[in-house]
Design a binder for this molecule. Structure first.
Ligand SMILES: [Zn+2]
Length: 166
């Protein structure tokens, strides 16, 4: 799908707007330069045995000595069709920490590396996104009687989510 992204004019326009009107991005660019040897790979995340899903690995940059920045957070949320706020709440619970969503990134208090963030993101995908039956990520969340269900549009399965954070 990456080639589509490249040629989608609306996305390029959006990117340009982002670059034009945020200081955040300049800031991120500086961080990027400072940590240019830091994780910048775009592996596909393997969330289920053999099932590759086209999602970029989280890009993590250090932000001083107390925080990290997940630079492609919104892109990652979009790939799995979930609300950034929902994903953020999960991250906060899993890490027992504070976080805040920026224009396209997530700022997290603590010093976590890309590998740690990726495994928590995978956990979210497995719990809240992948269909338990057919393993596709074509699900949406539906709440019924205070119980959350994953409804799959590929196979029609509906699985309740029983997630209790530690
Ligand atoms: Zn399914």
């Amino acid at each position: 799908m990456d080639y589509l992204r490249k040629f989608d004019p609306s996305l390029n326009k959006k990117r340009q707007e982002d670059q034009n009107n945020t200081n955040d991005l300049d800031y991120l660019k500086l961080l990027d330069m400072a940590f240019s040897n830091f994780n910048n790979n775009f592996n596909n995340i393997d969330v289920n045995k053999g099932q590759k899903i086209k999602i970029h690995s989280p890009n993590i940059l250090k932000d001083g000595s107390t925080h990290i920045i997940w630079t492609n957070f919104l892109d990652n949320c979009k790939s799995i069709n979930r609300e950034p706020k929902d994903v953020m709440e999960f991250i906060k619970k899993e890490l027992f920490t504070e976080a805040s969503v920026g224009t396209d990134h997530l700022k997290i208090r603590g010093r976590y590396n890309a590998h740690q963030i990726e495994s928590i993101f995978k956990k979210y995908i497995i719990e809240f996104v992948t269909c338990n039956t057919c393993k596709n990520i074509t699900t949406k969340l539906v709440k019924q009687n205070r119980i959350l269900f994953k409804e799959c549009s590929s196979c029609g399965a509906s699985n309740s989510i029983i997630y209790e954070h530690k």
